[in-house]
Design a protein. Sequence first.
Length: 456
Amino acid sequence: MSDIERFEYVFLGGGKGGKTLAMDLAKAGKSVALIEKGMIGGSCINVACIPSKTLIQSARNAHAAKMAGSASPGTDMRAVRSRVRTVVSEMVDINMKGFVAAGFDLLLGTGRFVAPRRIEVALNDGGTRTVEGTHVFINTGTRAAIPDIPGLHASEPMTHVEALDTSELPEKLIIVGGGYIGLEMAQAYHRLGSTVTILQEMPHVAHREDVDVSEAIEAAFEEDGIEIKLGVKAIRVEGRSGDRVNVTLSDGTTVSGTHILVAAGRTPVTADLGLDLAGVEIDGRGIIKVDERLATSALNTWAIGEVAGTPMFTHASYDDYRILKSQLSGGNRTTHDRIIPYAMFIEPELGRIGLNETEAKARGIAVRIAKLPMAAVPRARTNGAMRGFMKILIDANSDQILGFTMLGTNAGEVVTAVQMAMIAKLPYTAVRDSIIAHPLISEGLNILLLNVPAAG
Ligand SMILES: Cc1cc2nc3c(=O)[nH]c(=O)nc-3n(C[C@H](O)[C@H](O)[C@H](O)COP(=O)(O)OP(=O)(O)OC[C@H]3O[C@@H](n4cnc5c(N)ncnc54)[C@H](O)[C@@H]3O)c2cc1C
Ligand SMILES: NC(=O)c1ccc[n+]([C@@H]2O[C@H](COP(=O)([O-])OP(=O)(O)OC[C@H]3O[C@@H](n4cnc5c(N)ncnc54)[C@H](O)[C@@H]3O)[C@@H](O)[C@H]2O)c1
């Protein structure tokens, strides 16, 4: 074993929360090491949010040109990939500059615990280093889960990693999974010119949402020409992605395509970390067990982001950073009761903060509900974006806003406005009676909130 190098703080994996805390601590003069196997800035920047939102924007541009009546010259996937790569590499560069400016010790290689808070790193350019931290943070993320379907592995399916870095437009794309990645990629590739079929084993896509939301997404996608097969399991895959694939379904039918993309959830990156040697416990799914301070079962060993079971969003990993910063400096911020908003970047866009109807019912919370079709919002009409609706949940006995879901153009931004009202604990009437500029999409909130049933 190489000599042991000692640091006050060691980070295994450089995801959103970890890299941010590492930079903060290093800037404050602490001795810090960050071990990263290759993705400077983490998965969001390299293989997830940033390349996907860049690809989605290219697909939107192609769609808008088509809607405006421009002759469709066909997609130049080399140009699309080149744009994605440029945006990613610029952001990697910004991250690298931030790392250098912060001045922590960056170990490029794969880390593995060999003892509590001691990690051996197989360096990418050869050799090993062993580092030990007074505090250690695990921020290794997740990777695409490949369901155990006969023939699927052998078909060499794409995951988001390949789908976001290709110069080849699939002629007929089969997507396994109708969640975030499946839906975002399905619409993007359809707009770029692929024929797309989504296979979703649950009764609906976006299965964590209320059924009216899922059904509206299904209707919008089907109207656009994306095929969705609901409530079916793929039971066998034959062929190879990139050439020809045939998928046999549980209902006895077969779907054929040229490519297959798996978007069926995530597996935590914990299996090869030597966590048993570190005294760090995992649960049955391989997720690191943490308490509400993000402390693991081992002394001074913490976990951050998806590997700790934090909801799978960059802003949630970032909030883990806030929690750990607070914990290290004697504060008391925890994961308890935090409300995490999210947006799904499809059109119509999906955004949500707080409870939906299904969750309120399951928790026995009495609510008043108001719903407004996007067609009632003037700006949605001017934009030709009338699909979807807004839905708000108000406490039955007070005027507090408990949750807001929107399927419609700019949903993520409108959700943020509602989120601010919720943080300020404003009664819904304050938002209802506020002057919102005309014709913004947010103006729909004025109209929506007029429809809230009276209390009692
Ligand atoms: C296609 C896709 C699109 C997404 N879009 C969005 C979006 O629009 N908005 C949003 O909020 N979220 C989005 N997400 C989720 C978001 O990317 C993650 O929640 C976010 O990146 C947080 O990740 P993290 O902090 O848990 O770790 P990650 O960012 O995954 O970082 C883990 C790091 O650990 C490194 N690592 C792993 N093992 C080792 C080891 N043994 N040694 C050294 N290094 C190691 C990895 O290389 C990686 O850099 C998307 C995800 C995907 C897959
Ligand atoms: N806009 C965003 O913020 C964004 C974008 C992409 C990803 N993400 C994050 O990444 C996470 C992972 O995304 P994801 O799409 O892989 O997971 P997901 O959990 O969102 O969706 C996976 C879907 O696949 C289905 N499924 C699972 N196994 C299947 C099978 N064998 N056959 C057919 N369907 C199957 C599930 O029922 C589920 O609906 C998301 O939960 C989200 O938190 C966020």
